[in-house]
Design a protein around this ligand. Structure first.
Ligand SMILES: *Cc1c(COP(=O)(O)O)cnc(C)c1O
Length: 371
């Protein structure tokens, strides 16, 4: 198995991908190309043609994303647009699709409300029992590891191998880990999808997503889907994501390191009934996390005594934004049951941001002690 150290020189190379290809006088920062038309006399050859097909700002963003994923990459206007592209590019009427029953719920909605109506046979399994029953007959197996919000993990190499041996492909949603934390393609998965709205962008100011795969035929279908469906990123969002990626390494490093500190302290706080963080040695995901991730991530979940106490904790803490979504520089938290996730009403998903950890801990501790 290939393990990539998140502090590899490749992150340095990433910051200079554009710089090393510049001509004298070119701007060092990425220009934002806000244009639907391109000046195209005569044969179009290799030039940008039209804004639904090409955009120089996306092209550079995708160069950076490809560098991070070590695979060809296409960007999309949201994580769900990327997931839709990966699924519409790989299923057809009669295909059997397996999705996790406890993963990101909109993926299940897409499968149940749209794909199944087009003749795709959709099945669901919980992450903790994902391999039970094997993968015979499945054309596409969609995985999410760690699952959002439960933080359960799947043995990605084992599942990817089993699915391939029975003739299917695997698609992994790697949103919670980013390519710095986990590299599903190196673990044998065929396609990676990500919501770059979260830690990749990192500033909670835009929505974006991407699809990456080393399978050229799949990427060709994904590109065709984007062009034909019109699910294209706005140039400004592409520019913002590119800017966010320039600091991904430092942000992710800080967020994961702080999450470990907070998890250790929260696990012995009397107000916390249950805590999940893959970096804790007694966490059910710890062994898989050690085997297949580079970091333990920035998400943790804690279950408090009651729904009321959970809300009080979140709302009283001045360094926690009571907001859905995660992965931003600002720590945030929410009770997932408010969206119908199958979790305890007092279950709180906490996304650790970039605040200095001692200041953050102090605010969290004061808020917990007041319950
Ligand atoms: C947020 C999220 C998505 C959807 O991403 P959007 O950018 O909101 O469309 C998909 N998968 C996971 C795991 C997510 O957290």
């Amino acid at each position: 198995m290939i393990k990539t150290d998140p502090r590899t020189p490749r992150m340095g190379q990433m910051l200079h991908l554009r710089g090393n290809a510049l001509d004298k006088g070119d701007p060092v920062a990425l220009p934002l190309t806000q244009s639907s038309m391109f000046h195209l006399p005569d044969a179009p050859e290799d030039h940008a043609t039209y804004g639904r097909v090409d955009n120089p700002t996306w092209v550079h963003l995708e160069h950076v994303l490809s560098h991070l994923e070590d695979a060809p990459c296409l960007s999309f206007p949201s994580g769900m647009a990327a997931i839709s592209a990966a699924l519409f590019a790989t299923v057809e009427a009669g295909s059997h699709l397996l999705v996790p029953s406890d993963g990101y719920y909109v993926t299940r909605l897409l499968a149940d409300r749209f794909l199944s109506r087009l003749g795709v046979v959709v099945e669901e399994r919980p992450t903790t029992a994902f391999s039970e029953g094997g993968f015979d007959g499945f054309d596409v197996v969609f995985v999410e590891s760690p699952s959002n919000p439960g933080l359960d993990m799947i043995d990605l190499p084992a599942v990817a191998t089993a699915v391939r041996n029975s003739g299917g492909i695997t698609i992994a949603d790697n949103t919670t880990m980013t390519p710095l934390g986990q590299r599903p393609l190196d673990l044998g998965v065929d396609v990676v999808v990500s919501s770059d709205t979260k830690a990749m962008g990192g500033h909670s100011d835009m929505l974006m997503g991407h699809v990456a795969s080393r399978d050229a035929a799949i990427m060709e279908r994904v590109a065709e889907w984007r062009k034909v469906s019109g699910a294209i990123p706005g140039p400004h969002e592409a520019w913002l994501l590119h800017r966010g990626l320039e600091t991904l390494d430092v942000r992710f490093d800080r967020m994961c390191a702080s999450a470990q500190v907070l998890a250790e302290r929260l696990s012995s706080h009397p107000a916390v009934k249950q805590l999940r963080y893959p970096g804790l040695p007694n966490d059910p995901s710890h062994a898989l996390a050690l085997a297949q991730t580079n970091r333990f991530g920035f998400l943790l979940s804690l279950t408090l005594e009651s729904e009321t106490k959970a809300d009080a904790f979140i709302n009283a803490c001045p360094l926690l934004r009571p907001a859905t979504s995660f992965g931003g520089v600002h720590s945030s938290a929410e009770r997932r049951a408010r969206w119908g996730d199958d979790v305890d009403p007092a279950f709180v998903r906490l996304s650790v941001g970039c605040e200095p950890v001692e200041e953050l801990w102090q605010a969290i501790e004061v808020s917990l002690n007041a319950l």
